[in-house]
Design a binder for this molecule. Structure first.
Ligand SMILES: C[S@@+](CC[C@H](N)C(=O)[O-])C[C@H]1O[C@@H](n2cnc3c(N)ncnc32)[C@H](O)[C@@H]1O
Length: 252
């Protein structure tokens, strides 16, 4: 059984999926990195929670004055350090501070320290985010909706957000309620999606064994289920996968 965990993925490839190349059809023009770049000024001190291997952050966040990147998985942070050395000059390397940290727990920074806090596909302790943001500071995040890959998850009877699909309260609703209580203003929640078409079974399995979409992949039981899904969702463009995400922008 291949049980998903960030440590193995970090060792093997980091949070980088260049090895697969699904055709993507977008139905929204929302782009997380575009939103973050718009919020960055030359004076910005920012925090990236759950930075992963940081490929895109290192590429796009460099206009900020200082960027703190935290992740709970040390192997991811090793990759960020290597990527920094590969891609950035000494000056820019200094701007990116890479630290072990738990975004769900206490954030080890003083009150009102950051102008901008961001998080992509990683939860955050919102009361701590509120505390470390300056007045007028902004939080931007993108996360996986419980309806992401819902048809696929129905075939397997499990996966990310499965409890919610079966009748719970969506996490995004809880987060909005909590953010209102905390005192955030200008709360913008955006639901969006896109369709991916995988060119073959190997690429789809690559995704499913290296992400939390299904939690785990059982080589005995799950190959047959995947075959059924592929038989039903194969199209001229490839094997169809319906992706659903949501994004927040909040102001303290
Ligand atoms: C889905 S990856 C996203 C990485 C990156 N934000 C991106 O979009 O490319 C989630 C990352 O969050 C990290 N993570 C998971 N739980 C965390 C926590 N409680 N605190 C900090 N990082 C966490 C994982 O180790 C992983 O690197």
């Amino acid at each position: 059984m291949i049980k998903f965990n960030y440590k193995d993925v970090a060792k093997e490839q980091g949070w980088c999926f260049d090895a697969i190349s699904p055709l993507v059809e977008y139905s929204s023009d929302y782009y997380y990195y575009g939103e973050v770049v718009k919020a960055i000024k030359p004076t910005t001190i920012m925090l990236d929670i759950g930075c992963g291997s940081g490929e895109k952050a290192l590429k796009y966040f460099g206009n900020a004055r200082h960027i703190v990147m935290i992740d709970i998985e040390p192997e991811m942070l090793k990759r960020v350090e290597n990527n920094k050395k590969k891609w950035l000059d000494a000056n820019d390397q200094e701007k990116f501070e890479v630290k072990l940290g738990d975004g769900d727990g206490h954030l080890d920074y003083p009150d009102e320290y950051f102008d901008l806090v961001v998080s992509r596909h990683c939860g955050a302790n919102m009361s701590e985010v509120y505390r470390v943001l300056k007045k007028g500071g902004v939080f931007i995040s993108e996360d996986i909706d419980y309806l992401d890959c819902v048809q696929l998850k129905e075939y397997f009877g499990r996966g990310q957000g499965w409890e919610t699909i079966k009748g719970g309260k969506p996490l995004k609703k809880e987060i909005v309620d909590q953010c209102v209580d905390l005192g955030f203003s200008d709360i913008v929640l955006k639901n969006f999606g896109f369709v991916e078409y995988y060119p073959n079974r190997e690429q789809l399995k690559y995704l499913l064994t290296r992400t939390p979409i299904l939690d785990y992949f059982d080589e005995d039981e799950d190959e047959k289920i995947l075959d059924h899904y592929i038989a039903d969702y194969s199209t001229e463009k490839g094997i169809k996968l319906d992706r659903r995400l949501y994004a927040f922008r909040l102001v303290k």
